[in-house]
Design a protein around this ligand. Structure first.
Ligand SMILES: Nc1ncnc2c1ncn2[C@@H]1O[C@H](COP(=O)(O)OP(=O)(O)OP(=O)(O)O)[C@@H](O)[C@H]1O
Length: 650
């Protein structure tokens, strides 16, 4: 018998998965394994390890292996690993759900019709009981009117549309929750649909299954149970890493009939970090991991400061310095070399210095998602036009500046430099004048406001201006008309810029203009910081956004006082500083989940991102209570806890 090593200890789990992925005898499985155990690696290896005969048979019958990932980035990575072989259909859950239902117009219409009728009836019932003249009353009326209108227009729709990552405005568009609900509905209710899915996919593999939208996961489990032996539903995940409320809470209880390969190793983190993860998990499902023998040691420290009156920047800088001293790893002195995890983005915005831009734009529903993930079209004027142009000019790089203009300015189009015409100052001279005016702005005032920048761009017609920004200009009609003329001439070159309001988009509300007006007061330097953040070039991430990732040095920041959405997590409650409220206590008594479990899981996810060293920075009303909690629960040794001195250092 060969000796078991860290590398081979969990080999049995991969062998079990391989055996499950058999066309003759497909078997569903649930890979149960903790952080850093190589779940994602197992998925990739399972796909790469499929034998040629299986793949040839699949291709011959136009069948595919569905692989569902949590993010697009993960889908891209797996697609790359399988060399973009089309036998693997790798996508996110929304794309997958849409691929199942796309084109089933009549069925979708039927479902929507009955769904809308039910929703309208429910609102009507609430309305009959509610009082008139209240906000809720008005909202219900609006909702009923819009749902009734949608119902009336359903018959006109020739094909439903859906963009998994888009806003989905317009008459024909389906909403994200509808696409999930529709796929779940057909999967459980329609035998024809089930047969189509069975014919198309012998294996459906889902990564991060603990966070897969509940309705679809329920439907897949029902579908699997009904057709057991004809399909392998492969779930990879870790219930301790469920961080969204969308996921199925008792997933591990629902897969009793599945094969359940398990893994013991943590290949990512050094021993001290694995020990901490085990301690955090002990109060949950108690599953424990082993660190690799070639990854001993590692450092964990907790820095606790009073939430009132502590200067966060000073305290965190001193925590980094202390980490550098303790670990002997000077990279801790360099904020760029550390991954700092805040619970909400506004905390990162404050630390990175783009709060003035962030705060107003992250509020309105219509702006916030695009702004937060860096896809807000209006914002591109600053991030993708003005910023690179100014940077190029400052670097004396005329070639790069021209490339920006050619790419985005109506004055200088891709087909060559236009000469002025129709009495308008267009062409290279106009572009030069515009750039000069812009740079004068930056010379006069090294860091002008975004509003000043916008005014120069508008005055010189340097770049097209999105509707939302145009509404903030003093005399928007004039500029709008000029711009419309220019765009009409350049069509179709600027079609792709999506400058017009799509059909069905609600008219720009005053809240949107107000948000932009406020955000435009931000200094232009905030644009670069914002861009670095959304492009993930900054050293900050959120607790939720780093699932699946790993970093040598991690600093986790827990700051309840600055957490706005109180339902997200409460470290003070987890550590016993604050008791559960009466309602939450009642939930706990009924065996329901409370903020304690949610916060513990978030802490588990964040701490297990660290490979070498981990600093936990806590702001609390009662630092000493936290200290006692950590020691009495065996999470930390006494000398691993650093309490702030009154001046905010230690
Ligand atoms: N068998 C192995 N031998 C050596 N290194 C491994 C092995 N399996 C995984 N690793 C490494 O361990 C790290 C964690 O792997 P992976 O990201 O696949 O884990 P995971 O279980 O998906 O983690 P998490 O759930 O925490 O996101 C990666 O750096 C990976 O390369």
């Amino acid at each position: 018998m060969t000796d078991v090593t860290d590398a081979t200890r969990d080999a049995g789990a991969d062998a079990t998965i391989r055996a499950c992925l058999s066309l003759d005898q497909p078997r569903s499985f649930f890979l149960f394994a903790g952080a850093g155990s190589g779940k994602t690696r197992s998925l990739k290896e399972a796909l790469e390890g499929l034998d040629t005969q299986t793949l040839t048979t699949l291709r011959k019958h136009s069948r595919k292996i569905a692989v569902i990932t949590y993010t697009n980035a993960a889908a891209d990575e797996i697609t790359r690993r399988v060399k973009a072989d089309p036998v693997f259909q790798v996508q996110t859950i929304h794309s997958f759900a849409w691929s199942l239902i796309e084109g089933r117009t009549a069925d979708i219409r039927g479902w929507l019709e009955s769904n809308l009728r039910t929703e309208i009836a429910e609102i009507q019932a609430a309305h009959a009981k509610g009082r008139a003249g209240t906000d809720a009353h008005d909202k219900r009326e609006k909702k009923m009117a819009s749902k009734t209108k949608r119902l009336e227009r359903l018959a006109e729709i020739r094909a439903f549309t859906y963009a998994p990552e888009g806003d989905n405005f317009g008459r024909d568009a389906l909403q994200h929750t509808e696409v999930i609900a529709l796929a779940a509905h057909f999967l459980t209710e329609s035998e024809t649909f089930q047969n189509i899915v069975l014919a198309r996919y012998p294996f459906i593999l889902i990564d991060e299954s603990q966070d897969t939208m509940k309705p679809l996961m329920e439907a897949l489990l029902t579908f699997e149970a009904r057709h057991r032996g004809r399909i392998a539903l492969g779930l990879l995940g870790d219930t301790m890493q469920r961080i969204y409320t969308d996921g199925l809470r008792d997933l591990d209880q629902r897969v009793g009939d599945f094969s359940q390969p398990a893994k013991q190793m943590n290949h990512r983190s050094r021993k001290r970090i694995v020990d901490l993860a085990n301690s955090i998990r002990r109060d949950d499902d108690g599953r424990q991991q082993r660190a690799r023998e070639d990854k001993p040691g590692g450092t964990v420290r907790v820095f606790i400061a009073p939430s009132d009156g502590t200067d966060r920047a000073v305290f965190e800088a001193s925590a980094r310095a202390e980490m550098a001293r303790i670990t002997g790893d000077s990279a801790w002195q360099n904020a760029e070399a550390i991954k700092t995890l805040t619970i909400e983005r506004h905390m990162a915005a404050a630390r990175l210095g783009f709060s003035e831009l962030f705060e107003p734009l992250s509020k309105p529903d219509k702006l916030k998602d695009g702004f937060r993930d860096g896809t807000l079209p209006a914002m591109r004027l600053f991030t993708h036009r003005v910023l690179p142009l100014v940077t190029a000019q400052r670097n004396g790089d005329a070639f790069a500046a021209m490339a920006v203009l050619r790419d985005g300015s109506p004055l200088v189009d891709k087909r060559g430099i236009r000469e002025g015409g129709g009495g308008q100052a267009t062409g290279l001279d106009a572009a030069r004048a515009g750039v000069a005016a812009l740079m004068t702005l930056f010379n006069d005032e090294p860091d002008p406001s975004c509003a000043d920048v916008l005014a120069v761009v508008a005055e010189h017609r340097l770049f097209p201006i999105h509707d939302q920004l145009r509404a903030c200009l003093p005399d928007d009609n004039l500029v709008a008309q000029d711009m419309a003329d220019i765009l009409a001439e350049l069509d179709p070159l600027f079609d792709e810029l999506d400058l017009t309001t799509p059909e069905g988009t609600p008219p720009a509300e005053t809240t949107i203009t107000e948000a932009w007006t406020q955000a435009l007061e931000a200094r232009f330097s905030q644009v670069a910081r914002y861009l670095a953040y959304v492009e993930d070039r900054s050293p900050y991430g959120t607790h939720q956004g780093v699932k699946g990732l790993e970093f040598p040095r991690v600093m986790v920041i827990a700051d309840d006082a600055h957490t706005r959405f109180k339902g997200l997590a409460s470290y003070e409650t987890l550590f016993g500083v604050k008791p559960l409220g009466p309602a939450a206590q009642k939930k706990a008594d009924n065996g329901e989940e409370t903020t304690i479990e949610r916060t513990r899981r978030l802490l588990y996810v964040t701490c297990t991102r660290a490979e070498e060293s981990l600093a936990l920075v806590l702001y609390s009303e009662a630092p000493d209570t936290i200290r006692r909690f950590l020691i009495s629960n065996g999470w930390m040794a006494e000398d691993e806890i650093v309490i702030a001195a009154t001046d905010g250092t230690h």
